[in-house]
Write a protein of this length. Sequence first.
Length: 131
Amino acid sequence: MLPFGSQLIGQTEKALNALLRTVLVDRQLSEREWVALRLTSQFDGPDALAETIRDRAQFADAADLLSGLERRGLIVDDALSVAGADLVDEIGREIRALTEPIWAGIDAADAEAAARALRSVLAQTTMLLRG
């Protein structure tokens, strides 16, 4: 069994990403595009959307990624279009249905402890990246 640390977090991320790709493949949407759409759905300023995505997702090419989604009609004026919102909702429902059994089997206290640990890892990693 892997101890808590970067290898366990990395393998967990890879496994969850593999599940995500099964949902995205028929929609001709990459994982990076999905992340950009999800972050757009949560965007409320005050920074530019591209800057927000660059910072939160570590996508140096966020502006180019957003331009591609705009050309596909999924984003308009730093917000999801109707088609983009519908797609995010549809994919979100499918992801929830696929992953609900995973989360349901985790004790609430264990889930909260894991969330605290992961928030700490995220905060410290973000500080290291910002220098």
